[in-house]
Design a binder for this molecule. Sequence first.
Ligand code: SIN
Length: 554
Amino acid sequence: MKEPDVLVLGSGIAGLMLALKCAAWGRVLVLTKRQAEDSSTNWAQGGIAAVHDARDSFARHERDTLRCGAGLCDREVVRQVVREGPERVAELEALGVPFSRTGRGLALGREGGHSARRIVHASDFTGRAIEQVLVERVRQHPRIRVLEDQLAVDLILDSRLRGRRAAPRRERVWGAYVMDCRDTRDGGSSRIRPVTARATVLATGGCGKVYLYTSNPDIATGDGIAMAYRAGAAVENLEFVQFHPTCLYHPAAKSFLLSEALRGEGAVLRTLDGERFMPRAHRMAELAPRDVVARAIDREMKRRGEPHVLLDITHLPAHRVKGRFPNIHAALLRFGFDLTRDPIPVVPAAHYMCGGVRATLAGRTSLPGLLAVGETACTGLHGANRLASNSLLEAVVGAHHGAVEARRQAARAARVPEAEPWQARGTRPPHETVVFDHNWDTVRRVMWDLVGIVRSDQRLAFAARRLALLREEIELDYDRLRLSRDLVELRNIALVGSLIVACARRRSESRGLHDILDHPRPDPRRAGRPTVLRAPALALRRRRRLAAPGGVGL
Ligand code: SIN
């Protein structure tokens, strides 16, 4: 392919929808670090929240979103996303997504925090149905090229262009340095090349892998947030990490989610001795917003010293459970549980990043030439806590507007300049994998133990110190060693972990998902005020003098 007009990093719903829309006017290159289907979208069980029932209304969906967002949502963004929902759902259906239907129209599920049935779904694996259709469409499109096993290492800025003497005051983004991970002869580092484009879109998903326990797939290492921050873009609200209340508790299960839709259909939460505890915690009981449910589970587990709680839907007729949740039922059988007869052991796990790269709904970031969409972006829709199934909705609405914004950005770059080749600094072969494994585990353990569902000033300070030490070591390795996928991802999770801690330490109040013992109530003066971080100017200047993009201190 000739030089693309738009470079899309990531192959979930946001990236693929945006690619399809941009292909109407330009050439699009989609790079994905594993296989095209390896995205969080593919794992989404719930669905897309959108108003389709005469008894529901846009005003109610807006109200539910705002209430859940605890004073930090952008009202205009909420209004626009909610109102465009039905049109974007129709578009997905027209592309071929097999949404479940009843005789009266789209089948609508219910999830926590929603005051009405409005979750459009495709059985109990909505994400997979969407991903399959979009991947197929994108592959068929003559103006879109998809390349797999391509890991973006860092963004290309003005200061990395050939013949450029001094970095401009405000850098523009011209693409990314990309590692071809198919070539593993030297861990891939000899295959890092510049890929330039007129507009660059971060659609790299979230960062669940920053935590020890997560519902996310392995790709969720926060690459987009880390690259954007290193490049000088503003990131915000990273303290708002959403924990999904019900992930399967089983030694052999890695990240298996039990959809909130189960509670929407009547499943209840019980302690190990069978007591139902959610009615005590919230008037909506099991259908309270996610932060409330996750905290209540955490409290019960700690209070009783029990390793998990139980999710129980055994009171519903077996044929109904199997009919509505065939995939979850089949998956659980493989772990030895029958959803129709057994209460299932569950624990909360890191699920969704409500903050991200500061962006408009159309993906415009603080750096020219750079867009961010989907979970990578923070548009103001979710505020301090995301309403269930609003994320796929945000992704499709954002992609729709993002394609217009990408065209606008591309039009401003008549000619794409040539970038300097990647200059590998480190030459030593990577050490034994035990060191990487240890650092991976330590970052994730620190985040889980000290920056989890309930936080304290002391734990956050401790986490900041531990992560700073780890990052120092990781940056040394980054300078000395030949780069590998593991090292690039480890560097990203360590940076994103530090950014989460830095945001959390700046918010001395409890609000939405950020629950901190030393400041138990929301501070009314902080309503509507996001936590914004940018790499310090000094670190950026130092980095510009380096041959290749290096670490940025917090
Ligand atoms: C779920 O099915 O519970 C996940 C849906 C979501 O995260 O919005």
